[in-house]
Design a protein around this ligand. Sequence first.
Ligand SMILES: C[S@@+](CC[C@H](N)C(=O)[O-])C[C@H]1O[C@@H](n2cnc3c(N)ncnc32)[C@H](O)[C@@H]1O
Length: 496
Amino acid sequence: METPLDDQESLGVGLKPGDAHYRAYVGPPEDYDLIAAMTFNLLTTLGLRQDHSLLDVGCGSLRIGRLLIPYLNRGKYFGVEPNEWLVQEGIKWELGEALVQTKRPTFFFSDSPETIAQTKVSFDFALAQSLFSHCGLDLIKNWLSAISRSLAEDGALIATFLPGKEDSPREGWVYPECVSYRPLTVRCLAAEAGLRCELLDWKHPKEKWLLFAAPKFDSGWFKDKPLTWNARLEKALGKKNEGNLPSAAAAIPADVSHKEGHVYDQDGLRSIHNHEFMDDPAFRKAYERGVRAAGDDYRWHWRVHVGLWAAACAARLEGDFVECGVNRGFLCSAIMEYLDWDSLGKQFYLLDTFRGLDERFLSEEDKVVSGAVEKNTLNLASGAYVQGIEEVQANFSQWKNVSLIEGPIPETLPQVRANKIAYLHLDMNCSPPEVAAIRFFWECLVPGAFVLLDDYAYYGYFSQKSAMDRFAQEKGINILSLPTGQGLLVKPVDVR
Ligand SMILES: C[S@@+](CC[C@H](N)C(=O)[O-])C[C@H]1O[C@@H](n2cnc3c(N)ncnc32)[C@H](O)[C@@H]1O
């Protein structure tokens, strides 16, 4: 093995990953600092604090450990590594013996996942940087199972992996070559280990970061919004300030708490402005019906408020209602409940593939800018998208005036038999089918009809905004961008 001379720092620059130098062995020596910064920043952004205990699986030459060990309180860092020489070199050239004496990290020189049970520690965080990209599925499964058993119930593992179209058939440890897996496969292994698997919006030079969360780990604060240090700090400070709420707000009963001074903070929107619509019994009943349809509370109250308002206005116009992109029917179920649907004498046309996006109808911008293919894979794998119309039919059986139309838009558009349309909701998470739908229905939209675009201004869906803006420009109109992430269009009386 190549060791540095005592009087100079040998950084291994120019060596290949896997070469026998403590920096090169664990990856490109040029990126040794970058990987450390990226990982340390991710851990602290996710909430790592000094009193937490952390497990670093495959800690190597302490590329990341040299930042974590000084940061954590004494005895809180645990590293597992089969190559003892790497750890020894890391201590010698990066961390220093003195810090080891002060901070007392624990190391296990082993390649067996079962080793970690010896720690008898319930870890707040675990880390596996560039581990799963060198493991057969058999080994990933064993690591996930062992780590899951040693995680606190509000703990989490962060790990990198290489996404691929196929699952590598390799077994055991693969090094220095890399192996890749389908995201769905990794997600299933996580579920088997009792962990929630989420893709993290955190850049890595080569791989993708995944969160494997124990049941009580809070990842809701960065759902559908950027994972940033600023958001983290606000969350941490918000918690501290909870005890200092103005007395009037504190006196409001828990179930009617959205009056003046209450902060709305969900679904990518933080606002002090009035949102007491959340306390209106009719809103609550409608929202609960949406939750029942979806089987989940997405906590998108303000978006539903906008949808109910637009639908209630449209109910006074002539014409039917259409939704393109229904999934389990959260918003349309809320609307039908709110308007006592069958009493209106209108038809609600609900169109969806009922099995996720049809990749034939994605634009390059959807793929490259919005990551539509990846999001679709994850939504199908996690069950966020339904996998067949049968799953949703029972939900709508309570109403007569509703038509479910299964299949990909634009192909299914001619099945809508409406001559006049008062309300059109587009929510397909991709642009060509949305533009095709608005073009197809434009003539039938009555003057003053409401067109609600669920993703128009939503973070991470820019391709839909640019496509809709081009359509609007053609018609000489503008779309209202809403802070909920939606877009709203009212068909002008003088535009054809
Ligand atoms: C975000 S979900 C819709 C959520 C729904 N509006 C609600 O309120 O619960 C997006 C849906 O669009 C559907 N979808 C995407 N592309 C489609 C296409 N080309 N044709 C039909 N449906 C499509 C997907 O199957 C998925 O169910």
